[in-house]
Design a protein around this ligand. Structure first.
Ligand SMILES: C[S@@+](CC[C@H](N)C(=O)[O-])C[C@H]1O[C@@H](n2cnc3c(N)ncnc32)[C@H](O)[C@@H]1O
Length: 405
């Protein structure tokens, strides 16, 4: 039995065996085990990952070594964590993009199935439940660490400044939705040591990492939970009566933004404030103009449109805020300058996260996608290129008649 495990970008996990080949993780059942149980045990033993939602794909008789035919069965697996711990049965692990050509060290019988599954729905565990149409397209957990760290360096100062007047006072309650690695909720918890802070994200890998960071830093008044914003109406009483709810760079990945904002307003206390900060992807620019930068961003915008998502969400967020269903307490635009090479890497990392999807959706062909990646690495990183980060709209909202302590 072999497991096809994909990361959020659709790459498939391979392990290098003592013959030097890359193979899919897996093994044989022990007496009394079902195939699914055996596969889960083997994957845990071989790479330390916990798989769920194992679904049979198909089988194939293969000549693994000369004169030895084996019937291989393949299963598509979902996996939330991404911290791989290779056992001594293998020498290394590798996430392989199946939109490129077959690497020489991957046997054809593994490649055929990996490619078929890898070019389908990625398996980040952050699926939005309605098929490819609305998958969260970025990596999560450890693979998202660097991108979110740079995001924090570029955007946190402006976010914190806007949030400052609304931080909960003594014994108050705050919630960050789509909390990622928890930087903003951790900051709120540190600023308000007597408050209770909750961070929530639909990705278990993000929640795991945020929890770990809070523990490492000794921040005790914040905890992280796995919840799905699209199911906000079904959340329990734990998520009610907040003095502050904050949401950044998350609505842009979701449809039904009006319903979600209204659900969040309902979760506020009478005097509570909802702070939303969302961007327009179309606001990105570089000086001097860099063709790879512009092409990368327009391809990502096009992908959003294909998935039914407008990544230019400033107008929609403002329309929802100004529609009369709530009271606007404050609003402003922010747009940081992205200058240092370290910060410019954010564009490169985001493009690399999207790349397999852009090729899969035929928005770019592989040659074009590789050329954009190379140009971003070279030309856009030149010292004389600066760029405008995402312009965001920052809005503080209260329920009508509320918001005043
Ligand atoms: C771009 S990240 C932003 C993280 C953080 N808010 C920040 O500004 O750094 C978006 C986050 O939203 C989460 N997310 C995506 N879809 C979600 C959903 N349906 N419910 C809750 N969180 C979701 C993702 O897992 C990811 O951590």
């Amino acid at each position: 039995m072999k497991a096809v495990i994909r990361d959020a970008t659709g790459r498939v996990l391979f392990l290098r065996n003592p013959r030097g080949e890359l193979e899919l993780p897996g093994g044989r059942p022990e007496s009394g085990e079902s195939m699914e149980e055996a596969l889960a045990r083997e994957v845990l033993e071989e790479c330390g990952l916990i798989i769920t939602d194992t679904a049979y794909i198909g089988s194939r008789s293969c000549t693994i070594v000369p004169n030895k035919d084996v019937l291989l069965t393949f299963f598509n697996c979902r996996c939330d964590g991404d911290a791989i711990n290779v056992s001594d049965e293998h020498t290394e692990s590798q996430w392989v993009s199946t939109s490129a050509s077959r690497p020489n060290d991957v046997p054809e019988y593994y490649w055929a199935v990996a490619r078929e599954v890898g070019l389908g729905r990625p398996g980040s565990g952050n699926s939005q439940g309605d098929g490819r149409q609305s998958e969260y397209p970025l990596s999560t957990g450890e693979r998202d660490r660097k991108r979110l760290l740079i995001t924090a360096e570029v955007y946190d100062a402006g976010t914190r400044e806007f949030l400052l007047p609304y931080l909960p006072c003594k014994a108050g309650r705050a919630l960050e939705v789509g909390s990622g690695h928890g930087g903003i909720s951790r900051w709120i918890a540190q600023m308000c040591p007597d408050a209770t802070v909750v961070g929530m994200d639909s990705s278990a890998a993000q929640v795991e990492l945020a929890t770990h960071e809070a523990e490492l830093l000794g921040v005790q008044n914040v905890r992280y939970m796995v919840e799905d914003l699209r199911k906000i109406e079904e959340w329990g009483g734990l998520y009610e009566g907040f003095d502050l709810i904050t949401c950044r760079f998350t609505l842009l990945h979701l449809k039904d933004r009006e319903r979600i904002v209204s659900g969040l307003l309902n979760r506020l206390s009478a005097s509570g404030i909802l702070v939303v900060e969302e961007p327009s992807l179309g606001s990105l620019f570089s000086v001097p103009e860099n063709p790879a930068f512009s092409r990368a961003n327009s391809a990502i915008m096009q992908y959003g449109r294909m998935m039914g998502l407008d990544y230019d969400c400033i107008s929609e967020v403002w329309r929802v805020a100004a529609s009369g269903g709530c009271t606007v307490r404050n609003v402003r635009f922010a747009q940081p300058t992205v200058w240092s090479r370290a910060h410019k890497e954010l564009v490169l990392l985001s493009f690399m996260d999207f790349k397999a999807r852009l090729v899969d959706a035929s928005i770019l062909d592989l040659i074009e996608a590789n050329a954009i990646e190379e140009d971003l690495q070279r030309e856009y990183m030149e010292e004389d290129v600066i760029s405008g980060g995402l312009r965001t709209i920052q809005i503080a909202l209260s329920k009508n008649g509320g918001g005043v302590p």
